[in-house]
Ligand binder design. Structure first.
Ligand SMILES: *Cc1c(COP(=O)(O)O)cnc(C)c1O
Length: 395
């Protein structure tokens, strides 16, 4: 099996699994207990906090453990909105291609009377700092823009956007779930006030993540109960998962430049190979993208059929479109960068990591070519295009 869906989740690394096992076998006490055995777990938790803080250029006291990316996004946005509302500021700036954890939270705030402004995404999949600058108003309380997109991999000008927000004293949150462990992050240099990460996207365990909140920014809780995480996130900490997350992130950050170089070379090869398929197009900027992200649209096919046939060939990949409530909606991300519905339906996302070999890449290129050919040959719409009855959309 070739696993090329690392944007959906990653295989837990040996280092992470070992850290978790060791914790479950040895230091499984409750960190809130006063006896030495509990305090051992509390110390482990603190060292994990320090490790993670160092990886993103933060202070340990600015790190809050959560259940993952979705919870961190929800808490950051709802909390910043509350701060804004207290000052009569109810305008929030975001983008049309955020993850649903952000978009659905913003929908909720809109129903509560906030004004949500979603910036248009340029066809290369990148928002400009200027767009943010122009959208800011006197009553803007929050800018939330993702670090790197989970479908098309494009990287946003976070440092510049952060600088503008800093100058205007507006809270800047970024969903960095796809970036953490894959791109250099420094919350100081990049002017970030709040940042979400999730362990299972960088070879850590599922169900655990971090919300970074800059010191001085008020944070309200989503979950009430005990005094864990300075009263901002109740519930006994998932100590083994947190230790696994810290080990995975430390490992990823230590090896970042070497792994980026290796994965980028394979990505380039994949893009070269898939570009040779006729009437296809790469989604998102060629240069400014995550090291392992390859996203294509192929005219005349359905993404779902492509995935099933690739699965038969032992390749795990993903498509932008998602089956929601019986209707097959194309991805909001592909529509946001201006892909027509018909083209957006034929999308393929391959997200690779270091486990992929050059032979794997060659096999993927060959298999995708075969499957696309097969699907086009059985498509009546494709026949109309070939015969000239209908026009091609992609060159
Ligand atoms: C996966 C992902 C999330 C959700 O994270 P979970 O830990 O699965 O809740 C949020 N944002 C982005 C960009 C993601 O890729």
């Amino acid at each position: 099996m070739i696993y090329a869906d690392n944007a959906a989740t990653t295989k837990p690394s040996k280092i992470a699994v070992q850290a978790m096992l060791k914790c479950m076998e040895n230091s499984w006490g409750n960190p809130s207990s006063l006896y030495a055995f509990g305090q051992e777990a509390a110390e482990e938790l603190n060292s994990a906090r320090k490790i993670i803080a160092e990886c993103i250029g933060a202070k340990a006291e600015e790190i809050y453990f959560t259940s993952g990316g979705s919870e961190s996004d929800n808490q950051a946005i709802l909390s910043a909105a509350k701060v804004g509302a207290r000052k009569g500021k109810r305008h929030i700036i975001s983008t049309a291609f955020e993850h649903h954890a952000v978009l659905h939270t913003l929908n909720k705030l809109e129903r509560e009377g906030f004004e949500i402004e979603l910036l248009d995404v340029h066809e290369n999949g990148i928002i400009s700092a200027e767009q943010v600058q122009n959208a800011i108003r006197k009553d803007t309380c929050l800018v939330t823009i993702m670090f790197a997109n989970n479908e098309i991999g494009t990287i946003q000008p976070i440092e510049e956007i952060g600088k503008i927000c800093r100058e205007r004293k507006i809270i800047f949150h970024t969903d960095a779930v796809q970036a953490a462990g894959h791109l250099p992050i420094n919350v100081q240099e990049q002017n970030i006030d709040m940042l979400s990460i999730s362990a299972h996207k960088f070879h850590g365990p599922k169900g655990t993540g971090v919300l970074f909140v800059r010191k001085g920014i008020p944070l309200s809780s989503l979950i009430e109960g005990g005094a864990q995480e300075k009263g901002k996130r109740a519930g006994t900490e998932n100590v083994p998962a947190i230790l696994g997350m810290a080990a995975a992130l430390e490992d990823a950050c230590k090896n970042l430049s070497a792994s980026t170089e290796k994965i980028s070379a394979l990505k380039e090869k994949l893009i070269e190979g898939l570009s040779k398929i006729s009437h296809s197009s790469l989604n998102g900027d060629r240069k400014n993208r995550l090291p392992g992200n390859v996203s294509f649209c192929f005219e005349g096919i359905e993404g779902e059929s492509l995935l099933l046939l690739l699965d038969d060939k032992g390749i795990c990949a993903s498509s932008g479109s998602a089956c929601t409530s019986g209707s097959l909606d194309p991805s909001h991300v592909l529509l946001a960068i201006g892909r027509p519905h018909e083209v957006a339906h034929g999308s393929l996302r391959l997200s690779i990591d270091e486990d992929i070999s050059e032979q794997d890449v060659e096999y993927i290129i060959k298999s995708v070519g075969e499957v696309v050919d097969y699907l086009r040959n059985i498509s009546p719409l494709w026949k109309d295009k070939i015969s000239g009855k209908k026009e091609f959309i992609l060159p």
